[in-house]
Ligand binder design. Structure first.
Ligand SMILES: Nc1nc2c(ncn2[C@@H]2O[C@H](COP(=O)(O)OP(=O)(O)OP(=O)(O)O)[C@@H](O)[C@H]2O)c(=O)[nH]1
Length: 476
């Protein structure tokens, strides 16, 4: 599934650029083109991509002289991907015991009816009392399909869900919703007939249906194989009804999935679920954060922490700083510009926090790093580069003592050693499908540590001990 591998490809393109000794225009263009190519292969809309590429180029070109272009391009790429993946507002989520009306809309055959049942089943498992209204009067067998799905072996627990249908779709929807409200059903799901962006009458009907039922959420159901047409189709729906979320279906097939990114952009709504099979439980929740963490690969340990402790609107900047490759002095330097977050993010990791024993320690560390060369700052092995004579030079340049430079280097050494040993264990599934990825990511999301690392360190408490140990060992 290409969507799951996209992040890896993008990371590869950035890594190639990182490995170049000089980042000139050619290297920059090559990196941008490679990312562009990967996104095109994944079926992301051309226009969307061309705007994105222009913004990345602008961000790099307009960088003041002397700024690191490599960092600028990485920041711009991640900023744009975040923007593309995260519409910035969470979707409405039904609350148990409180009536919610949810309408599913989409193209013919996109999987609406199937998804209605999956959605109902998902919430039924969470203790909701769902009800399904079949306003798909266009297709004679839709009600039949909706009501029969619970007879399939895997959908038995939909038993108790109710079904309602008559002829006029708007009437069906209104009456059905009213009926189920009286029954105090807390999740009323309305299935609608499929329509194409040229079906003006059907779109008008959909608008009326939405106006009459006043849904809490309109979900655009999108077949993942739709490819590049996703953007214009999604936009047509958004123009008629207030689409607030996207569900991408048929991810179990060979679809490239990039259309999902386009649909997010067109509707400015998040993807909330993925359908990956015909059975009622072939349904996974989709978390943009998880996907973004996937993009940033091995840094997810930081990501988890960042997501826990850093306010949403400030996460992106911090994540970009964490995503630069091996731990370099520059990374520490840049991260430390936001000490509040850094302290929290690293609270259980090596105690970089110790740097901030009063603002003075931090200011000294920064002064020392300011006196280092770019090579020393970006190296993944600065210890080798900073010999005694360089230490003297750095001390003189920063107004610090030589032993303070030595302490900074020692701190870095300790930190890097533990950082690398921890990161080594956290390998993402390379080729797996979205299922494997999702399972792996949700385990991590729940604070679990992959078995391989657990075996290395003994247990979760072993990990905590290790971190505490690291903390007590690193002092500046
Ligand atoms: N493999 C796979 N098939 C799916 C998935 N979701 C739906 N389908 C299949 O796609 C076909 C169309 O699904 P429906 O639920 O009938 O689609 P619809 O959007 O309600 O169709 P219309 O009412 O005609 O617009 C059916 O054969 C479903 O079994 C999925 O996630 N994976």
């Amino acid at each position: 599934m290409v969507l799951a591998q996209l992040g890896e490809k993008i990371s590869c393109a950035l890594q190639k650029m990182r490995n170049s000794t000089v980042v000139d225009e050619g290297v920059l263009n090559e990196c941008i083109n490679e990312i562009n190519r990967e996104l095109i292969i994944a079926d992301v809309d051309y226009q969307l991509l061309s705007n994105m590429v222009n913004r990345i180029k602008e961000a790099v070109v307009h960088r003041p002289v002397g700024h690191n272009k490599r960092i600028a391009i990485e920041q711009a790429v991640f900023k744009e991907l975040f923007k593309m993946l995260d519409p910035g507002k969470p979707s409405f989520t039904p609350e148990k015991g409180k009536t919610s009306v949810v309408i599913l809309v989409g193209l013919q055959g996109s999987g609406k009816t199937t998804t209605c049942t999956k959605y109902a089943y998902y919430y039924k498992k969470k203790g909701f009392k769902p009800a399904l209204v079949c306003a798909d009067t266009f297709r004679a067998c839709a009600l039949d399909q909706l009501s029969k799905m619970h007879k399939k072996p895997r959908s038995l627990s939909l038993e108790g869900a109710r079904f309602y249908t008559v002829i006029d779709p708007v009437e069906v929807a209104v009456e059905g919703v009213e009926l189920f409200k009286k029954e105090t059903r807390d999740l009323i799901i309305v299935d609608t007939s499929g329509r194409h962006k040229q079906d003006n009458d059907l779109f008008e009907e959909l608008r009326q249906l939405s106006e009459a039922t006043k849904p809490d959420l309109v979900i655009f159901v999108m077949d993942s194989s739709i490819g590049k047409a996703a953007f214009s189709q999604a936009r047509a729906f958004k123009q008629s009804v207030a689409v607030g979320a996207v569900i991408v279906t048929k991810m179990d097939g060979h679809a490239k999935g990039g259309g999902a990114l386009s649909a997010i952009a067109a509707t400015k709504s998040p993807v909330i679920f993925i359908g990956n099979g015909e059975r009622v439980d072939d349904f996974e929740d989709f978390d943009v954060d998880r996907f973004v963490r996937r993009l940033l690969g091995k840094y997810f340990l930081f990501m988890n922490k960042i997501h826990e402790v850093v306010p949403m609107d400030q996460q992106s900047e911090l994540l970009q700083k964490c995503s630069k490759g091996d731990l370099s002095l520059r990374m520490i330097f840049e991260l430390s510009s936001n000490m509040d977050h850094l302290i929290q993010v690293f609270s259980k990791l090596p105690k970089l926090v110790e740097l901030d024993r009063g603002k003075e320690g931090m200011a000294k560390a920064k002064a020392m790093m300011n006196s280092m060369t770019n090579e020393e700052l970006d190296s993944s092995n600065p210890v080798k580069l900073i010999n005694e004579s360089r230490k003297k030079r750095i001390a003189r340049g920063s107004g610090c003592k030589i032993h303070e430079v030595t302490k900074l280097i020692e701190m870095y050494k300790e930190l890097a050693k533990k950082y690398w040993s921890l990161m080594k264990g956290f390998k993402m599934p390379k080729k797996g499908d979205m299922n494997a990825l999702s399972r792996s990511m949700s385990a991590q999301h729940m604070g679990k540590v992959p078995p391989r690392i657990l075996r290395q360190i003994g247990s979760i408490s072993g990990l905590e001990d290790l971190m505490a140990q690291i903390g007590s060992n690193s002092r500046l």
